[in-house]
Write a protein that binds this ligand. Structure first.
Ligand SMILES: [Zn+2]
Length: 393
């Protein structure tokens, strides 16, 4: 059986086929799609507000009134237009906030010096943490396209040609990259888009049925608006459900696809084992590039190696088991981290994620899986202390 993939490691030239032309096409799509969607919204507005509300409900033509007994329903027409306008605003405001953030690119990792390789690049930014995800040598994960280390949960985006913090996916429909800072407004965008399209298709469907029964005609423009709004409703409703659920369980779309892989994590050693002035040594077999040793019985949790950095700090590199998610998965924590603590914030497109302070423990809050690894290590190496457990033992 093939060993599980190591999350964040790069196969040589795995994405080497991505060309500048592909990047340009990817980025152009994220400009064209919103323009097409705004065109579709314009069309639906014309059908719903003008053809249905004004021409059919508020002031039906003489022919409709005299020949088909379609009487004016002014208050209904006006109320429907007002609600429609409110829903358009509720959709456009988070969408514009989302685009503003996408264009300001807060989640992109700076490019490194192309002449520098992993060994020549400082790891100082990572060594402030008690633990970070790493490769088999205990280095932070490296991107050979950006020539820089990748903070935890960072992924290289082929459309942008850049590493992106806590990347979820590249969404041409919304207008660009959905990642740490934009995830909240993306969910608000899909939620209000689902609300807007649901309202639109219901109104069009009701008055299409009304017109068929009274007049016996089925205008193609009305049917077109019904088809467009139903299709977008199904799409945005599904996206809202999937995005909301992923936020709750604290998985990005990328992590959902990579589920089943393993993670290497470097833990800062704050005290070596008793009776030892040197760092604790590996308790398992020689690390293999192909994954953990096959002696994966319970209790043989792989400690891959210990490494000492020039700062004098010692790190022990351990590996999760397949299917283990290193970050917390408790339902509301993931949601609140992105959406905010206050339910009002969940709907207002103002406060930006992440909605809580970072800590010294890591780029993101670790899950019980990682704390358990640290506890097991301390139990197996009497006297040893890992910084991650300081204050939580
Ligand atoms: Zn990269």
């Amino acid at each position: 059986m093939a060993p599980p993939a190591v999350i964040g490691s790069q196969k040589p030239n795995a994405r080497g086929s991505t060309t500048a032309a592909e990047q340009r096409i990817g980025q152009a799509t994220s400009v064209v799609m919103p323009l097409l969607e705004w065109g579709a919204m314009g069309y639906v507005t014309w059908v719903l507000a003008y053809l249905i509300c004004v021409q059919y409900l508020i002031s039906p033509s003489e022919e409709l009134r005299l020949s088909f007994n379609v009487q004016p329903r002014r208050s209904t027409g006006i109320a429907l237009i007002v609600i429609y306008a409110i829903l358009v605003l509720l959709l456009l405001i988070p969408w514009l906030r989302l685009l503003q953030l996408i264009w300001s690119k807060p989640d992109l990792i700076p490019l490194g010096n192309p002449s520098r390789e992993k060994m020549d690049t400082s790891t100082k930014a990572f060594e402030q943490y008690d633990a970070f995800t790493c490769d088999y040598e205990g280095f932070p994960l490296w991107c050979d396209k950006c020539h820089n280390f990748k903070p935890d949960r960072t992924h290289h985006c082929k459309e942008l040609g850049r590493c992106v913090r806590r990347m979820d996916h590249y969404c041409p429909w919304a207008g660009g990259i959905i990642a740490e800072s934009t995830h909240k407004f993306f969910l608000q965008f899909t939620f209000f888009a689902a609300l807007y399209t649901a309202y639109s298709w219901i109104v069009v469907a009701i008055f299409l049925a009304d017109r068929i029964s009274k007049v016996g005609s089925r205008p193609g423009t009305w049917i077109g608006a019904l088809v467009v709004t139903v299709l977008f409703f199904v799409f945005t409703f599904t996206m809202t459900g999937m995005t909301g659920w992923n936020l709750m369980i604290n998985f990005t779309s990328v992590e959902g696809i990579q589920r089943g892989g393993i993670h290497n994590i470097a833990f800062l050693v704050s005290r070596s084992p008793q009776g030892s002035s040197s760092p604790p040594t590996s308790s398992t077999s020689t690390p293999s590039k192909n994954g953990p040793s096959n002696s994966d019985s319970e209790g043989d949790w792989p400690v891959l190696r210990t490494v000492q950095r020039s700062s004098g700090r010692t790190w022990v590199v351990m590996q999760t088991k397949p299917l283990e998610h290193p970050w917390y998965t408790s339902l509301m924590m993931g949601w609140k981290d992105t959406m905010g603590n206050n339910p009002i914030d969940w709907f207002l497109p103002i406060k930006q994620s992440p909605c809580k302070q970072r800590t010294r423990r890591g780029e993101f809050e670790w899950g019980e899986v990682v704390f358990d690894m640290a506890r097991k290590y301390e139990a197996d190496n009497p006297g040893a202390r890992l910084a991650l457990l300081d204050g939580v033992r």
